[in-house]
Ligand binder design. Structure first.
Ligand code: NOJ
Length: 552
């Protein structure tokens, strides 16, 4: 099946984020690889995935799980060869699945030959590829991102006796984008992987490319200008490929990454994500309504990427201190669950494995304006391991079956890159693809069904307008997604108790709400307020249709 030629294919797509090392180990060394991933493509196809986002698979000493790259043109041997990669892309495309990959532009590993050369002497030809200073006082307004580990964005280099700039770990020196050689080299990297068949990039740490004194060194015009140059390359040389921005910024800055339809195709909706959880914790629709209003409208051919969880801590950088406290209390009671400004947990354990809450979260994910992006394993309700360091607790092996190592690998268990989850509430013997596939009511089967429904109504969900409905119950979130004659009414009870809501739907009089997942018919809409009762954490999607006179 050929890939669709629709240039804005991403608006109708479901994305799935995964790490090659975590998905399936084909050669029994305890680490997932491209061959293994290729073997599991059918699972992703069956789930309804249209685009895979691969976490970094390049050469790396793996001190930041591959976000510390030591060769942009090479694949980490444990993950396979270039031929394995090409075969994976070919096989994915043959199943009509696109593939994007992380592009780490901002920084490299301190093991990268460029940095090794640069630090060898002040006269080195690569010296200007990094940002150096005689003191550590520059750019004081730039926040420290990994604040639990780093105390400064400058690190001392003892051989050439200067400080170098780094926004993340000190072993990740920032590249100097004021240097034209750096800008050109990274364009070469972009062309290299797109020529290999990749369908685009998730651009890591997008806001931080340039530094300017007197600013927080984020979202600078120069940074936007560089991304516009990359977009230009894509539009001219690789049409159909996309750029997706990781920009953990407030709506006014995050939206700027769309440019004038000449920068990013997609931007992660970082402002919305924590407010979904805040809405649940505070049993109030206000945080979600306020932020969605600030994130819309966006240019026509662009799209938000919506996500509930990813491979990092659930960042709380974009909430107030008071809101952060509410979130920590609700979702991270144990200090081990916290990291930097966030919560290092997976979706299911974070909400105490409460099935109605997990369903409601997916009801939002699949109906709010934007492209849904799933994190591997969350479709199963996978658990986490807060006793593993850094963000490793949410990066454990995918759980395929109740066999040894959850069917992920034939290696000795001690050899796995990380242990599988054996916490009794989330034990892999229970939570795995094979068992869940057999159980009609499993979370996996439910998510699969939701993806089908999302796709059935992809026009209205992927392209429709968004309007919040006013009413008197703040525990209930109600909105309409509309496109031409289609209308989807979405209602969510954010509270832990049953509740009710009266909606003025009189402008839809004569239509009938048909529950979108089961096709259950509700009474015709009239001029009178429409009354809904909602069990705890329940949600409904109602397709508003002309009354065909038939009863259920
Ligand atoms: C954001 C990535 O998502 C995270 O995992 C990484 O540590 C930093 N960028 C640094 O590359």
């Amino acid at each position: 099946m050929p890939l669709s030629s629709d240039p804005i294919w991403y608006r109708d797509a479901v994305f799935y984020e995964l790490h090659v090392k975590s998905f399936y180990d084909s050669d029994g060394d305890g680490i997932g690889d491209f061959r293994g991933l290729t073997m599991k493509l059918e699972y992703l196809k069956d789930l309804g995935v249209d685009c895979i986002w691969l976490l970094p698979f390049y050469q790396s000493p793996l001190k930041d799980d591959g976000y510390d790259i030591s060769d942009y043109y090479g694949i980490l041997p444990q993950y396979g060869t270039i031929d394995d990669f090409k075969e994976f892309i070919r096989a994915a495309h043959s199943k009509n699945i696109r593939v994007i990959a992380d592009l780490v532009l901002n920084h490299v590993s301190d093991q990268h030959p460029w940095f090794k050369e640069a630090k060898s002497s002040k006269e080195s030809s690569k010296r200007g590829w990094f940002v150096w200073s005689d003191d550590d006082q520059g750019y004081p307004a730039a926040p420290i991102i990994f604040r639990d580990v780093e105390i400064s964005n400058w690190a001392w280099e003892p051989v050439s006796r200067q400080y170098y700039w780094h926004r993340f770990y000190s072993h990740q020196p920032d590249l100097n984008y004021d240097n034209p050689e750096v800008r050109e080299e990274m364009k070469r990297v972009v062309r290299y992987w797109l020529s290999m068949g990749l369908d685009g990039f998730r651009c890591d740490a997008a806001p931080y490319l340039f530094e300017r004194e007197g600013t927080n060194c984020e979202n600078l015009d120069e940074t936007h200008a560089y991304f516009k140059e990359l977009r230009n390359i894509i539009d001219r040389e690789f049409p159909g490929a996309i750029l997706l921005a990781e920009a953990n910024e407030w709506p006014n800055e995050a939206k700027r990454y769309f440019g004038n339809e000449d920068e990013f195709h997609m931007v992660f909706n970082f402002p919305l994500m924590p407010r979904i959880y805040l809405g649940l914790a505070s049993e109030s629709s206000a945080p979600i309504i306020n932020i969605v209003d600030q994130t819309l409208p966006i240019p026509k051919t662009c799209d938000w990427g919506i996500f509930l969880r990813n491979h990092d801590e659930l960042t709380l950088a974009l909430v107030t201190d008071e809101e952060r406290d509410i979130m920590f209390q609700a979702y991270a009671g144990n200090p081990k669950m916290r990291l930097n400004l966030g919560i290092r947990r997976r979706l299911a354990p974070m909400v105490d494995n409460d099935r109605p809450t997990i369903e409601l979260l997916h009801g939002l994910l699949f109906s709010l304006p934007g492209t849904p992006i799933l994190y591997y394993g969350d479709e199963l309700g996978m658990g986490d391991n807060i006793f593993l360091g850094d963000r490793n607790g949410v990066r454990t092996p995918m759980q395929w079956s109740y066999d040894r190592n959850a069917g992920f690998s034939r290696a000795d268990s001690e050899q796995l890159y990380l242990p599988v989850v054996i916490n009794p509430n989330f034990h892999y013997e229970n939570i795995n693809v094979e068992s869940e596939s057999r159980l009609p009511t499993s979370l996996l089967n439910w998510v699969k069904k939701m993806i089908r429904v999302r796709k059935k109504f992809s026009d209205v969900f992927g392209h429709g307008s968004m309007e919040f409905l006013e009413h008197r119950n703040k525990k209930v979130l109600a909105y309409m997604r509309r496109l031409e004659n289609s209308g989807m009414l979405c209602i969510f009870n954010l509270s832990r108790k049953p509740t009710y809501v009266e909606l003025d739907l009189s402008r839809f009089r004569g239509l009938r709400p048909i529950e979108a997942i089961t096709d259950a018919k509700f009474p015709q809409i009239s001029d009178r307020p429409y009354f809904f009762t909602l069990p705890p954490r329940a949600f409904f999607w109602f397709n508003l249709k002309l009354d065909d006179g038939e009863e259920d």
